[in-house]
Design a protein around this ligand. Structure first.
Ligand code: NAD
Ligand code: MN
Length: 497
């Protein structure tokens, strides 16, 4: 929590020192080509800086260095208890710098400063600490084998990890990868989104301050088709971990197949159904939650509750409640601590969202809230939280991930139909169900093809449970001890006694 006002944040924004270079072997450096790209703020269009635009040459150098660091054992063979201490220190440093990092995040990608601070930075620090704390409490196995054999089943760090991340929760998504990758002893190269490179660049220095050896954590800002592709095709990257769109996720699998068969772990898109039955325990709470599920973070959330499935018998009563609730979510200046809907990440994304709103109209859905760009005079990219009623699940706005604050309301008649509609998507990231019938809740939760299911809430979860997708929402899981699977290889060692 903070008592800083909008004026305080604006003052700090004026004097903020913004690091824009890559980070390799413990030092900031320009791209080898000297190229940069412009970093514009979606808050008001201001230029934040010129960021190093890395490419193949930088990837070559960083991978070579990360490999040498890994082989040296300076981190990979450090006692887990010692890695733990350093990672807790790293998490603490993120928390100590939370205001600076939150400001960078908000300026760079437009989310409300209160969310940056109280959600993103708090959870980012927690992810690093949680993984650090866990690593000296996980044990390997001894196989149940013959009397004269000793079968050891051990986990080893996989080596060089490349992490390619998106712009919606830039530092938090990075820390979901960094936490388990570092805890298990790997070297990692982070490729932040070109739309939000600043916090990843900044925390690299904090990692060094915490005591993570140079070369273990490197950051290469730049575009997907340049440095991202170079990392994905690299013959000496062992594992590629990704959060981003399903389209790029598929491309990364191709790159892995074309190169060294590196492991590829993907957290991709979603079109999550939020199912409200007539016997929901509290329709008011369900309505408030449905509004938040699409408006929070401007709808730029992989698990956004973008399809609201409502039982027909309560639809006429329930939809107005959601329309009322969404009035509490209003686009405003992201540096104002009261703002709960900020700017979309950039002009391109705003135009995508506006095109989907047009598609909703064209396909015959009924606009019942929002629908327009707002605050254009600020030079920023703001769109009102928007609700379409009368949506059919076959419509474009019900099938494609919009990644903006646009909600589709779809009616259903019974549980069977709700489940069929809910699962009628290429995605399977998350889903929610509202009912006071225990059996119906469990039966529906079981039938939903999604990696996370929420009952009588939307978006529950913390570090203790895995997060990831079924179907084209991805493979593998972030968070929880299960995430260690992605960053380690299993080894069986047989000793003849
Ligand atoms: P994106 O796929 O366009 O970009 C993600 C990252 O991939 C960026 O760093 C980008 O530079 C890089 N990239 C692009 N082309 C590449 C290429 N050819 N080779 C290598 N790297 C490349 O996604 P985005 O627009 O940044 O983020 C939005 C998407 O992320 C949405 O689909 C959303 O659902 C998804 N997302 C998923 C989760 C999750 O955990 N499942 C979380 C957040 C966001
Ligand atoms: Mn940006």
């Amino acid at each position: 929590m903070t008592s800083l006002t909008r004026a305080d944040w604006e003052q700090r924004a004026k004097t903020l020192k913004i690091e824009t270079r890559a980070f390799v072997h413990g030092e900031y450096c320009s791209a080898e080509s000297g190229e940069t790209f412009e970093c514009l703020s979606p808050v008001d269009g201001r230029l934040l800086g010129h960021v190093a635009s890395c490419d193949l040459a930088d990837a070559e150098r960083a991978v070579r260095d990360a490999r040498a660091t890994f082989n040296s054992g300076v981190w990979s063979r450090m006692a887990p208890a010692k890695r733990k201490q350093i990672m807790i220190r790293f998490g603490d440093l993120i928390a100590e710098h939370a205001e600076e990092l939150a400001l960078l995040e908000t300026l760079d990608m437009g989310k409300p400063i209160s969310d940056s601070l109280n959600i993103d930075m708090a959870a980012a620090a927690n992810s690093i600490r949680w993984n650090g704390e866990a690593i000296d409490k996980v044990y390997d196995e001894v196989a149940a084998t013959e009397h004269d054999q000793l079968g050891l089943v051990t986990r080893e760090p996989i080596g060089v990890v490349a992490a390619i991340v998106p712009w919606n929760f830039p530092l938090l998504m990075s820390c979901w990868k960094l936490g388990p990758a570092l805890a298990t002893g790997n070297s990692i190269i982070l490729k932040p989104s070109e739309k939000s490179p600043l916090t990843g660049i900044r925390v690299a220095q904090l990692a060094i301050e915490a005591g993570i050896p140079a070369g273990v954590f490197n950051v290469l800002p730049g575009f997907g088709h340049t440095v991202g592709k170079a990392l994905a095709l690299h013959m000496d990257v062992d594992t590629l971990v990704f959060t981003g769109s399903t389209k790029i996720a598929k491309q990364l699998m191709v790159y892995a197949g074309e190169s060294n068969m590196k492991r590829v772990w993907l957290e991709a898109g979603g079109k999550s159904p939020n199912i409200v039955f007539a016997d929901a325990p509290d329709l008011q709470a369900a309505a408030a939650s449905a509004a938040g599920a699409i408006a929070f973070n401007q709808g730029e959330v992989c698990t956004a509750g973008s399809r609201l499935l409502v039982e027909r018998s309560i639809k006429d009563k329930f939809v107005p409640m959601v329309v009322e609730a969404i009035k509490g979510w209003k686009a405003g200046n992201p540096l104002d601590p009261e703002t709960n809907v900020g700017a979309l990440v950039d002009t391109q994304q705003m135009n995508n969202v506006l095109r989907y709103i047009e598609a909703g109209h064209k396909d015959g859905a009924t606009l019942v809230a929002g629908g327009k760009r707002v605050m254009e005079e600020t030079g920023g990219t703001y769109v009102e939280p928007t609700i379409f009623d009368g949506v059919n699940n076959a419509m474009t706005i019900a099938q494609e991930e919009i990644f903006g604050p646009v909600l589709s309301v779809i009616a259903f008649d019974d549980a069977e139909e709700a489940i069929a509609i809910a699962n009628d998507t290429i995605y399977g990231l998350a889903a929610a169900v509202w009912t006071s019938n225990l059996s119906k809740a469990h039966q529906t939760a079981k039938a939903l093809r999604a990696g996370s299911v929420w009952v009588n809430q939307y978006d529950g979860g913390d570090m203790t449970a895995p997060f990831g997708g079924f179907k084209q929402s991805g493979n593998g899981r972030d968070k929880s001890l299960h995430a260690f699977d992605k960053y380690t290889e299993l080894k069986s060692t047989w000793i003849k006694l």
